[in-house]
Design a protein around this ligand. Structure first.
Ligand code: HEM
Length: 143
């Protein structure tokens, strides 16, 4: 299971780099009012896939890692009362799932036949909010 924690931990950088590139491209496209290209769509797609991969690994960890099993054995009251457990078992999972929903919404909205400028705005808003939540939800002190 250690290997999954390591993969989940390193993948955060892939998520963040893809997210920042997608956000940068959306901001540039919005300002320059440029067409929404296939490369704009693909960077959003890869960003979304990297987040969904984290969800999959995260769910496995939640139910199988020593940390997850211990959190389950404690019960809700103890988990909420312990800052370390609360941070991962509640705040991390909750924030990341909301971020994932926002990022998926941003990508899906842009599949519709809407003006390019609106697509850049959607990507900027939904990916931007998603990245902020991801940054806030990462347990940086665990590394
Ligand atoms: C973009 C989304 C996500 C990112 C960037 C992310 C990142 C991280 C990082 C950096 C850690 C610390 C790893 C370490 O100790 O070295 C971690 C731990 C953990 N994450 Fe996530 N995560 C994401 C989504 C999720 C989701 C959606 C879930 C659950 C549904 C989840 C469940 C967990 C669990 C259970 C741990 C503790 C693992 C352990 O120590 O056994 N993560 N995550």
């Amino acid at each position: 299971m250690d290997i999954l924690v390591t993969v989940h931990s390193y993948l955060r950088w892939v998520v963040l780099v893809l997210g920042i590139i997608a956000l940068f491209k959306a901001s540039k496209g919005k300002t320059a009012k440029s067409p929404f290209t296939e490369s704009d769509r693909k960077i959003g797609l890869f960003f979304m896939i990297s987040c969904h991969t984290q969800l999959l690994i995260g769910l496995i960890l939640y139910f199988t890692s020593p940390f997850g099993i211990q959190a389950f054995s404690l019960g809700m009251k103890e988990v909420m009362g312990n800052a370390v457990y609360r941070k991962i078992a509640v705040e991390h999972v909750f924030m990341m799932i909301i971020a994932l929903v926002l990022i998926t919404m941003g990508y899906s909205k842009n599949k519709k036949d809407i003006p390019a400028l609106q697509k850049h705005k959607n990507a900027f808003l939904f990916f931007g909010l998603g990245i902020l939540l991801i940054l806030a939800g990462i347990p940086w002190n665990r590394m």
